[in-house]
Design a protein around this ligand. Structure first.
Ligand code: PMP
Length: 352
């Protein structure tokens, strides 16, 4: 109970959300967090705009369609972000309930400008909703100052817990939107059911709607404490610095980023194109050296790139980061590609 209460309070700090905003912690995955946001905010016939930056934005759009929404998408080429002007025009075309975006799309390693998207949504009277599964606690996000309405994540990414918790904070406007629905969300996801429970837990009062993932809550409490003891701004800076150091090292190794520019490259992962003559065997070669990286995910080019995660707790352990660099460089060599490992390590160390 104590750790549930303090987790909820700390979520407001990590999300930089005001006391009027409501955090929710329920058992589930990132996908269930997305579903909770979608079904509490949108119902059949609502018009919504999706600023689509990849695979997880596609998933969001599908969910919204299943809920019966009229979904207008602003698409981007893989590695690019949706054009802000086009998002603005799409919002201007007709009254729109909400704008949805993926803060960092894990399939492409692209980060959208969430602050600008919040502003454009507000300008057109739409709620703004962000999937932060690959970003929350690592990429700058200021819910209060930017006026975002819902920012969701899951426990297993930058917060560094085992999978199993769906987390989000909702603004008063988002909570009002739920109250105004004519068709309620599925019961297990309903903010109206969960809100009084979250309020009770925060006030250290026992309450019951559905059994929480109790074994994960103390871990959540510790993780949020760690983030806040580092300081949220310092934590964002650390992710930016380490990502910059990796980018410098990738350049020395001759690996190019899938994102078209480093301004829109995520700080939580690098999506890297295979160099000429190298293919997905690289992922296995790296694994043989004790480091796990992921293959491509974007359906249009998944055989042409791989992804290296660099988020959360591991960032405070430079030897682990260097181990990753060694494994990638040696894996490349195993695939017959000449890689300047020492140069990459030097570039990394000079920036981290
Ligand atoms: N959104 C993003 C941006 C993600 O990276 C993921 C998971 N990789 C999800 C949603 C879905 O999360 P889960 O796998 O926990 O359902």
């Amino acid at each position: 109970m104590q750790s549930f209460s303090s987790s909820l309070g700390q979520m407001r700090s990590v999300w930089q959300a005001g006391p009027e905003c409501q955090p929710f912690v329920v058992a589930g995955s990132g996908t269930s967090a997305m579903e909770m946001a979608v079904t509490n905010l949108v119902e059949s016939g609502d018009r919504v705009v999706v600023a689509n930056s990849g695979y997880f934005s596609d998933r969001m759009a599908t969910m919204l369609r299943r809920r019966g929404a009229d979904v207008v998408q602003v698409l981007a080429w893989p590695g690019e972000v949706p054009d802000l002007e086009q998002v603005s025009s799409a919002l201007a075309e007709a009254p729109t309930k909400a704008l949805f975006a993926t803060h960092v799309d894990t399939s492409t390693g692209v980060r959208v400008d969430a602050e600008a998207l919040c502003a454009v949504a507000r300008e057109h009277g739409a709620l703004s909703v962000f999937d932060g599964v690959c970003a929350t606690g690592a990429e700058r996000f200021d819910m209060g100052a930017w006026g975002a309405d819902c920012y969701l994540t899951a426990s297993q990414k930058a917060l560094g817990l085992p999978a199993g918790l769906a987390l989000m904070v909702a603004s008063p406007a988002a909570l009002d939107a739920r109250d105004a629905l004519t068709s309620p969300p599925p019961m297990s996801l309903d903010w109206q059911e969960w809100r009084p429970i979250m309020k009770s837990y925060e006030a250290l009062q026992p309450s019951y709607f559905s059994t929480p993932a109790t074994t994960l809550i103390p871990a959540l409490d510790v993780s949020l404490q760690e983030v806040l003891s580092e300081g949220i701004a310092a934590r964002f800076d650390l992710h930016a610095r380490v990502a910059g150091a990796f980018r410098a090292a990738w350049e020395v190794l001759g690996l190019s980023l899938l994102p078209v520019s480093s301004d829109i490259a995520a700080n939580t992962l690098s999506a890297l194109r295979y160099p000429d003559g190298v293919d997905s065997r690289l992922v296995l070669a790296i694994k043989e050296r004790g480091v796990v990286v992921a293959g491509g995910l974007h359906p249009e080019l998944k055989t042409r790139y791989f992804r290296v995660g660099h988020m959360g707790h591991v960032l405070t352990q430079p030897h682990q980061l260097e181990r990753t660099l060694h494994a990638v460089a040696d894996g490349l060599a195993d695939c017959g590609y000449r890689a300047d490992k020492l140069g990459a390590l030097r570039a990394f160390r000079s920036r981290v």
